[in-house]
Ligand binder design. Structure first.
Ligand SMILES: [Zn+2]
Length: 223
């Protein structure tokens, strides 16, 4: 029987991937990475709740050294950019997806998992090259050499932008009230960072009011 791993950050994309892929891929293990990002504590809290909700095993992997070589606003004590950015530099973490997928591939190889799900999508793919179909094909080719089990990476959102992802997440009853999609680490979503802005816009585009209220505490962007 097929069984799969998911890379779970607790944000919209990873939770939507879980909701879409849970049955088809039989996801039984979620990996969450703590590399000292400002939002780590909130992400881990969200991931724990989401794994309880879906009844899957949860493993947190600490990568303290990654913080030391990462000089972006996600980890450093500088302001996180607001609004939608044209460049990814401010939030780039060196080889993040390549690293996370390779760690997941070790789990897959050692514990006989068939697939590794990642929340890579069309919208992020326009900014981040490690969110593209090309990258996924290349890393699958790598696993043909670097593993015995030859796990495959699956990205159920690869053709979707944020509006589509929110639509799919709602249709698949994803528990969006449990997510943490903010780059910051405050008690609640900041509502102004790039990640919050994209989520907010997508909820509004889908005519949602329930999750706008639950996540951001108000029903529309002009509040
Ligand atoms: Zn935010």
């Amino acid at each position: 029987m097929t069984k799969s791993i998911i890379l779970l950050s607790g944000g919209l994309d990873s939770v939507a991937s879980l909701a879409l892929g849970k049955e088809k891929y039989n996801i039984t293990l979620a990996l969450t990475f703590d590399y000292g990002q400002k939002s780590a504590e909130q992400e881990i809290k969200a991931c724990k709740k989401i794994c309880e909700y879906y009844k899957i095993r949860h493993k947190i992997i600490k990568l303290d050294w990654l913080k030391e070589i990462t000089h972006t606003a996600l980890v450093e004590n500088t302001d996180i950019p607001q609004g939608i950015q044209k460049t990814s530099n401010a939030v780039w973490v060196p080889n993040r997806n390549g690293l996370f997928l390779n760690i997941a591939a070790s789990f897959a190889d050692g514990e006989d998992f068939d697939y590794i799900l990642i929340g890579a999508n069309k919208e992020e793919g326009q900014t981040f090259p490690d969110n593209t179909q090309d990258f996924i094909e290349k890393i699958n080719a790598e696993f043909e050499f670097s593993t015995k089990k030859h796990p495959k990476v699956a990205a159920p959102l690869i053709n979707f932008n944020k509006d589509d992802i929110v639509k799919q997440a709602i249709e698949h009853s994803a528990p969006l009230d449990l997510i943490w999609s903010c780059y910051g680490g405050a008690e609640t979503h900041c509502g102004i960072c790039e990640s919050c802005t994209r989520l907010k816009n997508a909820l509004i585009a889908n005519g949602d009011t329930k999750y706008l209220k639950l996540i951001f505490g108000h029903e529309n962007i002009t509040d």
